[in-house]
Design a protein around this ligand. Structure first.
Ligand code: IMP
Length: 435
């Protein structure tokens, strides 16, 4: 429950390739927030939240939506998938929750059917060199935004403006689709009336969210900025071109939520205790063996959005350092430590050997990365933690954690110079220790 005290505004950012458990930590932190703000990404994100026995799989709605009284903002930097939005709102309402606190930026771009079609067509053309996108139209939609060919949420509220935008943009998109041999099963008038209907349905949520967020901050409200994907999927700082099409690092909060750089007080990196990745691209500590399979099965590592199995591997301290530096992290939350229970030995990568060179910083060249041989340090695992004991450990606090686990956490802190403030040892909201 909210306490009424003024807490620092906080950002929750993925430190790896997404799927670090941001949904759970955001929800945990949202207990103290008045407002949760999404600022980048689209329905490629999959945030799973478990409340009691109920599980919510969110893609576009901010994770505070299941908390009564919280204002949930979809900022201008998000690209809005109206089909996904429609489904998620209906699901949340069907389960007895209100979405009255939802607000959507009038400046947020919309994912249209041609973006989905073009995403598929581009991936097919890339062939074996495909990015392995989620197929949600993310790349083409962000490309159109930058090329000034986007349709925005505010346009849905103004028929004249929307018609003008469609008539400017649609002929270009039709040409591109023809070239890439995909066909839109919709006429201009059908699309126009569909979009206007969405405008009618969701108009009351559409507003200038920059004003809203800054007002909330000015009035001492507790604001939480919820990142999607992760640092290694960032368009500039990730494993380009095997990345998503938005900036995922903390800097994106300013442009994607419409706030100045001094408005975020705490920047929390969410770090999974091991590493996973969905889709293609280099992954130096990947385990293509029984240990990787064990992590996948015990960790339930299957994509929330696409259901694809996630590739699994050891913790990579080069990534930890990369994320700490790029985001200016002030704290870490380490998740899924329980997945490593009962493993005798754990490995962490401390450096790479690439073409005979020793490297301690994550390189930008993906072909070099594919040749990287991790230099590992071996640490003792922790044993004998029984399934039913988790809450007992939570009640005992940080010091009740096995000493090997505390040592493992210490490694992360030493390399990143960032304190670990939250430790998550189970799926449930309550299976979390705040230090
Ligand atoms: P896109 O964002 O659909 O264009 O996909 C680009 C890459 O980012 C692919 O490798 C996806 O699997 C990955 N990706 C996108 N969103 C997420 C996410 O929320 N979690 C993990 N991986 C993601």
């Amino acid at each position: 429950m909210r306490t009424g005290e003024k807490l620092p505004s906080i950002a929750v950012i993925g430190a790896q390739w997404g799927d670090e458990g941001k949904g759970k930590i955001t929800d945990f932190e949202a207990g103290r927030a008045d407002m949760v703000v999404r600022y980048q990404g689209g329905s490629n994100a999959g945030h799973t939240i478990k409340v009691g026995e109920e599980v919510f799989a969110l893609h576009i709605l901010p994770s505070g939506i299941v908390r009564p009284g919280v204002i949930n903002v979809i900022g201008n930097g998000v690209i809005v998938d109206l089909i996904s939005l429609d489904k998620e709102i209906a699901d949340v309402q069907d389960r007895g929750r209100s979405v009255d606190g939802l607000r959507i930026s009038d400046r947020a771009n919309i994912i249209l059917n041609w973006h989905r079609l073009l995403d598929g067509a581009e991936e097919r053309l890339r062939g074996k060199k495909g990015v392995g996108t989620t197929g949600k139209g993310i790349g083409p939609c962000y490309s159109d935004k930058i090329a000034r060919n986007g349709i925005r949420m505010g346009d849905l509220l103004d028929a004249e403006l929307l018609e003008e935008r469609l008539d400017t943009v649609m002929p270009m998109k039709l040409k591109t689709m023809e070239m890439l041999e995909v066909r839109l099963a919709q006429t201009r008038d059908e699309l126009l009336s569909e979009l206007l209907a969405y405008g009618k349905k969701y108009g009351r949520y559409i507003t200038d969210t920059s004003v809203l967020v800054n007002d909330a901050l000015d009035h001492g409200k507790n604001v939480l900025f919820e990142g999607a994907q992760g640092t290694m999927l960032d368009i500039d700082h990730g494993t380009y071109p095997f990345v998503t099409s938005s900036n995922c690092v903390a800097g994106a909060i300013c442009t994607g939520a419409g706030v100045g750089p001094k408005r975020v007080d705490e920047i929390m990196g969410i770090l999974k205790a091991y590493t996973t990745r969905v889709g293609a691209g280099p992954f130096p500590t990947e385990l293509n063996d029984a240990t990787g399979e064990l992590l996948m099965n015990v960790g339930g590592e299957f994509g929330t959005t696409t259901g694809r199995p996630r590739r699994c591997g050891w913790l990579d301290l080069l990534i930890v350092e990369h994320a700490a530096r790029l985001n200016g992290l002030t704290q870490f939350a380490v998740t899924k430590l329980d997945v490593l229970n009962d493993m005798k030995k754990l490995k962490v990568a401390t450096a790479y050997e690439i073409d005979g060179k020793h490297m301690e910083h994550f390189p930008g060249n993906f072909m070099m990365l594919e040749r990287a041989v991790p230099v590992y340090e071996e640490l003792d695992g922790w044993q004998g933690w029984k399934a039913g004991e988790t809450m007992e450990i939570v009640r005992g606090g940080y010091d009740a954690l096995p000493k090997e686990m505390r040592h493992y956490i210490g490694y992360i802190e030493k390399r990143s110079k960032v304190p670990v403030k939250i430790v998550s040892i189970g799926k449930g909201r309550e299976e979390t220790i705040r230090r």
